[in-house]
Write a protein that binds this ligand. Structure first.
Ligand code: SF4
Length: 396
């Protein structure tokens, strides 16, 4: 397949669908963890940061979880996410990174990220947060979902002993983030909730150092830890993977209702919120479902909540499905706009007009993007430069 050649709105409309297709390599380059400005080897490969060079398979550093209940016989119940795993001594929960040791529950990934990259913040995707800046992005092994379409399954579906990780104390994480000019720290790639303790401690330090904290999550977290997390979070992008519990159960190993609660809590706690919906052919691409989801977002959150319709590429356990036709993403965008949502984006289609931000009042383009690159920004103190309408987000 050829490289995507689209560069502007006119060429998208003029070109046949096939020219918008990506090869698997292109897709991974654009969407996967390999897309970054700088990776861990460079970020920590300096003499003064030699502790971080302790790179090995199976690094495990424990930290007592603040969220578990002791049960009879040394069993525990984890209270971090809605799975509420009941775990016997010596065993682990569904996410594979929390273990019952003598009746106490421990995180096994504290201080041991398996991925650290310097990314454009547009990759999270967060389009209304400091556009054109970089985000110091990290993940550990593990996830509390088992999505059949996971882009990062090599790390999300792994236990810490299965993969190579780094030893990165939180002070060093924040120090390097500042040194390389990042404006934020991003907890991302797999599922940050499962490395909660590490995230909270880095987040507290990062906040004191003037960095923003941003979170890309499946939203499957219990309300109490989430409210505590909100004290350090500035922005979140939550995957709303489909608008049916059947979809969540069949394809993700989770449930929809707790994700919706998370979205409402983030809104109430005034964390800047964006939503990503990966549109998967035959699984969640019914426009009636898209419409129902958009109406819920408008009613329960706000019409100005940015939503990203992202293109699926066949990976992991859904390799037999086709990539999402651009026409389907166009339809989803049109449905969302007609439902009243004001900031509706298309993801994983570089050059699509749906990558840009348009002022909902005067309809002019206020932020121009191509892929992860930001072009013109026509905002003045967070307002549209043409008509003065405030555009929600974090702009300075
Ligand atoms: S965080 Fe992990 S151990 Fe805790 S309830 Fe969720 S899946 Fe289970």
């Amino acid at each position: 397949m050829s490289e995507p050649t689209i560069t502007n709105k006119k060429s998208i409309q003029d070109q046949p669908e096939r020219n918008l297709e990506l090869s698997k390599r292109d897709f991974l380059r654009l969407c996967g963890t390999s897309v970054c400005l700088l990776s861990a080897g460079y970020l920590f490969g300096f003499p003064e940061t030699s502790r971080a060079q302790a790179t090995a398979k199976g690094l495990i550093k424990t930290k007592l979880s603040p969220y578990f209940t002791s049960l009879d016989g040394g069993n525990i119940q984890c209270e971090l996410c809605p799975h509420r795993c009941r775990v016997a001594k010596g065993k682990r929960g569904i996410c594979r990174v929390r273990e019952n040791r003598d009746g106490k529950y421990y995180s096994l990934v504290y201080g041991n990220p398996c991925a650290v990259h310097l990314d454009p913040i547009e990759k999270k995707p967060l389009f209304h947060v400091l556009p054109g800046t970089t985000s110091f992005s990290l993940a550990t092994a593990g996830c509390n979902f088992h999505c059949k379409f996971c882009q990062n399954w090599e790390i999300s579906q792994a236990a810490p002993e299965d993969i190579t990780s780094f030893e990165v104390p939180l002070e060093l994480m924040v120090k390097r983030a500042k040194e390389v000019g990042a404006r934020s720290v991003a907890y991302t790639y797999a599922e940050p909730t499962i490395f909660y303790e590490y995230m909270i401690d880095i987040g507290t330090l990062a906040k004191k150092s003037g960095l923003l904290n941003v979170y890309h999550s499946n939203g499957f977290i219990n309300p109490v830890p989430l409210k505590n997390l909100c004290k350090v979070l500035d922005a979140a992008n939550i995957d709303l993977k489909g608008f049916s519990d059947d979809f969540y159960q069949e394809l993700c190993g989770g449930n929809l209702a707790p994700v919706l609660e998370t979205l409402k809590t983030l809104k109430r706690e005034k964390v800047h919120l964006e939503i990503t919906n990966l549109v998967i052919p035959t699984k969640n691409d019914e426009m009636s479902m898209v419409k129902e989801m958009c109406l819920w977002v408008k009613k329960e959150l706000a019409a100005d909540t940015p939503i990203h319709f992202s293109r699926f590429y066949p990976l992991y356990k859904l390799k037999t499905l086709p990539q999402t036709p651009v026409s389907t993403l166009d339809k989803a965008r049109a449905v969302a706009l007609s439902a009243g949502l004001k900031y509706v984006y298309v993801g994983n289609v570089p050059g699509h007009e749906g990558e840009n931000t348009f002022c909902p009042k005067c309809k002019k383009m206020v932020i121009q993007r191509t892929g992860y690159m930001v072009g013109e920004i026509n905002l003045k103190a967070g307002n549209c430069r043409y008509c003065g309408k405030p555009i929600p987000g974090i702009w300075t």
